[in-house]
Write a protein that binds this ligand. Structure first.
Ligand code: 13P
Ligand code: SF4
Length: 336
């Protein structure tokens, strides 16, 4: 490839979010990516929601907590994050001396976008005595305003680690927040944010599926709305849902979360049946458009050229990291 093509692709990076270079269609991308891993001492961390081919080439596939733990402990020089922007930012905060690349900078998160830090600051100022617990699905600037971070795996432990007489603001997910209120009996002040993927499930279509498959267990992520969670047989984070499908005696599951997780469920329990919960629209899928911005071509290019790279101000890293460190500490003590 010519230097001019690379220079133009770099110029376009801000506009497009990724390097718009042509990839030779005859290249064996799995082989090339494996070579680049060794050459650059790179590790690929992938969330359960990315495409199956990316999960298969990753060194670690996991939920938001597992990915943060890996980002904090890896000895690789480069972290390649097959996920979304807040996850790569978190990895950079935890390993600031490492190169962290995200194959497409526009892989955002509707939940993180639903809570802009300047607006949240005004909201927080109304409750000066409250502690702020933020779901990790938020921007680095929001983490700076947060006392303790959480993920869906450890959220109950994090809330319960705060003394009962201390008020808590929970941001940004109102559905996870409402579920935590029920689970912990705490009176949380909720920010009104939500995830576009988990709010799309159709109660009516799920009921029809349950009638057709009376033996199936309905399992749901706590980012879903209360009317879905109330009828679920099991509620848990992506890793919790995966574990449940392995340990349960049932052999059919209706899965109310992003459909990427089905790949690991099918790999771990090949004899079981997994039905993605249908959304409330004419489209048959419940894909996260942000996670699905990752592709094998973008992954390969980002490793080869070490771009797009995540950069954060030192002050943001220092102030934002404290809430993630507290979360990791509480999780480790709880054996999570
Ligand atoms: P977990 O990885 O904590 O299950 O959260 C799912 C999610 O929405 C990530 O964006
Ligand atoms: Fe964000 Fe929802 Fe996509 Fe997760 S599934 S990255 S919460 S938009």
């Amino acid at each position: 490839m010519s230097n001019t093509a690379l220079a133009t692709a770099k110029e376009n990076l801000n506009k497009l979010g990724y390097l718009d270079l042509e990839v030779d269609p005859t290249l064996d991308l799995v082989e090339e990516i494996e070579k680049l891993k060794k050459e650059k001492n790179a590790i690929i961390l992938a969330h359960y929601y990315v495409d199956a081919d990316i999960q298969d080439v990753a060194d670690y596939v996991g939920d938001s907590l597992g990915l943060s733990q890996m980002a904090a402990s890896t000895e690789a020089d480069m972290i390649v994050f097959a996920g979304v922007h807040f996850m790569a930012e978190t990895a950079k905060m935890l390993s600031p001396s490492k190169t962290v690349v995200l194959p497409d900078l526009k892989a955002g998160c509707s939940l993180a976008d639903s809570c802009p830090a300047p607006l949240f600051k005004k909201f927080k100022d109304k409750y000066p005595d409250h502690k702020v617990v933020s779901y990790i699905n938020c921007t680095a600037d929001l983490k700076v305003l947060t006392d303790i971070c959480c993920t869906s795996t450890n959220a109950v432990h994090i809330i319960e680690s705060i003394p009962k007489d201390t008020g808590i603001i929970f941001a940004p997910d109102k559905n996870l927040g409402a579920w935590l209120k029920k689970k912990t009996g705490r009176d949380l002040v909720l920010w009104n944010g939500a995830c576009m993927v988990h709010e799309i499930f159709s109660n009516e279509k799920i009921t029809k599926l349950q009638v057709r498959h009376p033996e199936a267990k309905l399992i749901a992520h706590p980012e879903c709305e209360a009317h879905i969670l109330d009828k679920a047989d099991f509620v848990g984070s992506t890793s919790g849902l995966l574990r449940f499908t392995q340990e349960s005696e049932a052999d059919t599951f209706i899965v109310a979360t992003e459909a990427g997780i089905l790949h690991q469920m099918e790999l771990k329990s090949p004899h079981k049946t997994f039905i993605p919960a249908p959304p409330n629209n004419t489209c048959a899928c419940n894909d996260c458009p942000h996670m699905k911005r990752n592709s094998m071509e973008k992954l390969y290019l980002s490793m080869k050229h070490e771009l797009p790279e995540i950069h954060l101000d030192e002050e943001v890293i220092e102030k934002g990291r404290a809430c993630i460190d507290k979360m990791l500490d509480i999780s480790a003590k709880a054996g999570l």
